[in-house]
Design a protein around this ligand. Structure first.
Ligand code: KG4
Ligand code: ZN
Length: 338
C-alpha cells in the first residue's frame, strides 16, 4: 500500500493552521490563534488577514518539522477554498498554490464544512468512525448546520441557521454578561454550578430543520436590562443560574432540531463537530440518546473539531484517492456551495 503525505492549510477565519497527514493519520496539526481580536469582542477581518500573512510560513515549517518530514516528501497540498473571510482565505490559497507549483505535486481545494464533516474519518485511537449514511451536525462560532452524509463526497445540507450561529449565541450572551471573548467556554464553566431552570427563555419559532438564534440574544439582553433596573448586581449575584438557563435553552433548541432530523431521515447516527461540540451540556444530552433512544453518536478529538488544518487534510487525502485535483486557476471564495 502506498503512502500519501498531504500538507493541508486552513486559514478561513482567525486561526492559521497547517497539518501533515500520512494517509488518514495526522502526523502534525499546528494551529496559531490570533489574540489580537479579543479586545474587539469578535474577529476583525483586516487584522486576521495580516496575522495570517505573518503566521503562514512559520506555521507550515513547524507542521513539517513536527511531522518529521521535508517538503520534498509531500505528495499533495490541500487548502480551504471557502467559505470564510476572503482576505484570510487568500493567504492560505496563494501559499498552497505556489507550494503545489514549486513542488509539482497535485493541489486540492477543500470546502471548509466538508472538513468539519470528514474530521470524523481521521484515524485516531479511541475514536470510532461513523458509517454511511449519518447526520453531521456542525456547531461553532461560524456555523450551525445539519448535513445528511451519504458518502465521503455526497452530502446534503438539510438544516442551517438563518441568522446567528450557535457559537455566536453563546459569545453574544457572554458579552452581555461582561465575560471576555470567546465566552462559550466560560458560560459552560459557570453553568456547571447553576440551576438550568432558574430562568425561562423561549425557543425561537422556526419550522423545519433550520435554526434562528438572533432572537434569543435580544431576549436575553432585555431580560438582563429589566432585572438590572431592580437589582444593579443582578449579573454578579446570579451568574451561574443565568449561564445554566441560557445553556439549557440552547441545548434544547439543538436537540429539538436534531431529533426532528433523525425522525425525518430515519438516520440514527449523529456526528457532531465544531467548537461548540466541546460544550459539556451538549455532550451529555447527546450521549443520553444512545441509551434512551438507541442512537449512535460521534464527537471527534477536540483538536480536530475546532478549526484546524488536519480536517482539511483528510478531505484532501480522499480527493487524492479519487483524482479530484484542481489546477492553478482555482480561486478562494468567501461564499461557496457545498
Ligand atoms: O470551531 P471554532 O473553534 O471556530 C469557529 O467558530 O469556526 O468554534 C468556536 C466557538 C466559539 O463561539 C466558542 O465560544 C464556542 O465555539 N465554544 C463553546 C465551548 N467551547 C467553544 N461554546 C459553548 N461551550 C463550550 N464549552
Ligand atoms: Zn469552522
Amino acid at each position: 500500500e502506498s503512502t500519501v503525505f498531504t500538507l493541508a492549510i486552513e486559514s478561513s477565519c482567525d486561526d492559521t493552521s497547517a497539518a501533515v497527514l500520512q494517509n488518514d493519520k495526522v502526523l502534525s496539526n499546528v494551529v496559531a490563534g490570533q489574540k489580537i481580536h479579543e479586545q474587539y469582542g469578535g474577529v476583525v477581518p483586516e487584522l486576521a488577514s495580516r496575522a495570517h500573512q505573518q503566521n503562514i510560513v512559520p506555521v507550515v515549517e513547524l507542521a513539517l518539522r513536527n511531522a518529521g518530514i521535508t517538503k520534498n516528501q509531500l505528495n499533495a497540498v490541500a487548502f480551504t477554498q471557502g467559505p470564510g473571510l476572503l482576505g484570510s482565505l487568500l493567504v492560505g490559497s496563494s501559499f498552497a498554490k505556489s507550494l503545489s507549483a514549486a513542488l509539482q505535486i497535485p493541489l486540492f481545494a477543500v470546502h471548509h464544512m466538508h472538513g468539519h464533516i470528514l474530521a470524523h474519518f481521521i484515524d485516531e485511537a479511541g475514536f470510532d468512525k461513523p458509517t454511511f449514511p449519518f447526520l453531521a451536525v456542525t456547531i461553532s462560532g461560524g456555523h450551525t448546520q445539519i448535513v445528511r452524509v451519504d458518502s465521503h463526497f455526497s452530502m446534503t445540507v438539510i438544516g442551517e441557521t438563518t441568522d446567528d450561529a450557535v457559537g455566536e449565541a453563546f459569545d453574544k450572551t457572554a458579552k452581555i454578561l461582561g465575560l471576555p471573548y470567546p465566552g462559550g467556554p466560560l458560560i459552560d464553566k459557570y453553568a456547571a454550578e447553576g440551576n438550568s431552570k432558574a430562568f425561562a427563555f423561549t425557543k425561537p419559532k422556526i419550522s423545519g430543520l433550520d435554526f434562528s438564534f438572533s432572537g434569543l440574544k435580544t431576549q436575553i439582553l432585555y431580560f438582563i436590562r429589566k432585572k438590572q433596573v431592580e437589582n444593579p448586581n443582578f449579573i454578579e449575584e446570579h451568574l451561574a443560574d443565568i449561564c445554566a438557563s441560557v445553556q439549557q435553552t440552547i441545548i434544547d433548541i439543538l436537540m429539538d432540531k436534531i431529533t426532528l432530523a433523525v425522525a425525518e431521515t430515519g438516520i440514527t447516527q449523529v456526528a457532531i463537530g465544531g467548537g461548540v461540540s466541546a460544550n459539556s451540556g451538549i455532550r451529555k444530552a447527546l450521549k443520553a440518546t444512545e441509551s434512551e433512544r438507541g442512537w449512535k453518536t460521534y464527537i471527534p478529538k477536540f483538536e480536530y473539531t475546532t478549526d484546524n488544518a488536519a480536517m482539511i487534510g483528510i478531505v484532501g487525502y480522499y480527493q487524492y484517492l479519487s483524482d479530484m485535483q484542481v489546477n492553478q486557476n482555482v480561486v478562494a471564495k468567501a461564499r461557496i456551495q457545498m
